[in-house]
Design a protein around this ligand. Structure first.
Ligand code: GLC
Length: 433
């Protein structure tokens, strides 16, 4: 029997996780619909089934809150052993909650970028008209209800909103949080994946404690900004938002909608982004802790996300790439680390080879970095990382993340965005938008 191709195997994973209404990120570990996973899944699906890709996006939008927030998870009444379950969030106490079960927090706003990529490749004006108002509403919410200092930068109130849950960027902030009267809970995530590859118990307690604070505040946006013990401006989140604003603007233009409001966000964000995050002395972008008013001096791969948004100058890009990404002491492969791109610099004392966002390579991060490198004409390096990433999924399967030392897989198996991005990375050439 002829061996099936990588793309056929990737399509099979997306079909396996397809519930008919939405696609699960992973068959056991993640049985509901996640926000930025869905955007990437739609991008992968669009290569072979555009109507199904559009359906994925409409399913996600069905969970939108009345104030515009698109939540991190839409539960879709699928019974599961996932924790936190819908009841835990108590979103019904908020007047903005939708009629379906969701979480009460958001995730990085990748959707506009994916819709724009799909529209560029397969013009779909009617669909853009249909989804544009909902995406605009979400961006408006991010630039108002999550703007704590008038900079147009968005704040996150929970590490889960960063999409990089236990990244060492958040450890200092967690040190200052002392959970009192923690609600009773039982973790579900270590049932399917080895505990060594998941967040440690101390971090997890704080994840849950924060949700308890938010539900006691009934998810009122002003109160969350005022009282959330965790409040940060995140380089990754704001890079994705800036790029998504640009893409939203392009979508608006293509359907004849006004762009002034989006222009205001973009014009305010650009200088504020560099002023807030760029560290001239070391040539890195650092996240910012709004509670202490200090930069968070931790070197992770999210420092490369601004490249994806075109935010650094040529000189800044050069310092990021040549000073850090290509440095074998930090990110580039070396004698003991064979693969691109470890999510945390190896110089960080908290680096761990197999623990979640503490060190492993993730296909999503590699994709952001590849796209960013192409934007700054580092085409050869982009192609090296692209080939290495496709090699990882070829050899170790569609895993959630990979041990960058030897390429072995970690976390969930049959992981949807690794499959979706394998299709994207195999099909897109250097010159694709
Ligand atoms: C984890 C990841 C997050 C992802 C989710 C579902 O929580 O940190 O980025 O969206 O799993 O795959």
């Amino acid at each position: 029997m002829a061996a099936t191709s990588l793309i056929d195997r990737a399509i099979a994973v997306l079909r396996l996780n397809d519930t008919g209404i939405f696609t699960k990120p992973g068959p056991h570990q993640y049985p509901h619909q996640w926000n930025w996973d869905s955007a990437l899944i739609a991008l992968g699906l669009s290569h072979f089934d555009l109507p199904r890709a559009q359906q994925e996006i409409l399913s996600l939008l069905s969970g939108q809150w009345r104030d515009g927030m698109i939540p991190s998870v839409v539960y879709h009444s699928i019974p599961s052993d996932y924790f936190p379950n819908p009841e835990f969030w108590q979103i019904e106490n908020s007047p903005s909650a939708p009629g379906v079960s969701t979480t009460g927090i958001t995730q990085p706003p990748l959707l506009a970028t994916v819709v724009q990529m799909m529209h560029t490749r397969h013009p779909m004006t009617d669909f853009v008209r249909e989804v544009y108002p909902a995406i605009l509403h979400w961006h408006r919410w991010l630039h108002t209800d999550r703007d704590a200092d008038g900079s147009a930068l968005a704040c996150i109130i929970h590490p889960w909103e960063s999409g990089t849950d236990d990244s060492p960027r958040w450890l200092h902030l967690f040190e200052a949080i002392r959970p009192e009267a923690l609600p009773e809970f039982q973790r579900g995530d270590t049932r399917h994946v080895a505990a060594i590859e998941r967040p440690n118990p101390r971090d997890y307690e704080r994840f849950i404690y924060l949700i308890d604070v938010f539900r006691r505040l009934n998810y009122t946006p002003g109160e969350l900004l005022k009282y959330s013990p965790f409040l940060a401006q995140d380089v990754l989140f704001n890079s994705i938002l800036f790029r998504a604003d640009e893409d939203l603007r392009a979508l608006a233009k293509s359907i004849g909608e006004p762009t002034e409001e989006i222009d205001t966000w973009l014009n305010r964000m650009q200088p504020n982004f560099n002023a807030r995050f760029w560290q001239e002395d070391i040539g890195l972008y650092y996240d910012y802790d709004m509670r202490t008013g200090k930069s968070i001096p931790i070197n992770t791969a999210s420092t490369f996300l601004p490249l994806f948004a075109g935010l650094p100058s040529k000189e800044q890009a050069q310092r990021l790439v040549e000073g850090h990404l290509l440095n074998p002491g930090e990110y580039a492969p070396n004698d003991s680390l064979r693969h691109w791109v470890t999510t945390t610099s190896q110089t960080e004392p908290t680096w761990e080879a197999r623990r979640y966002w503490r060190g492993p390579a993730w296909v999503i991060m590699n994709w952001f970095i590849i796209e960013g490198l192409k934007r700054y004409s580092y085409d050869d390096l982009a192609d090296t990382i692209r080939r290495d990433t496709v090699g990882l999924v070829e050899t170790s399967g569609f895993r959630e993340y990979y041990d960058a030392r030897d390429g072995s897989g970690c976390g969930s198996t049959d992981f949807s965005w690794s499959a979706a991005l394998a299709i994207e990375l195999s099909q897109s050439s250097k010159s694709n938008p």
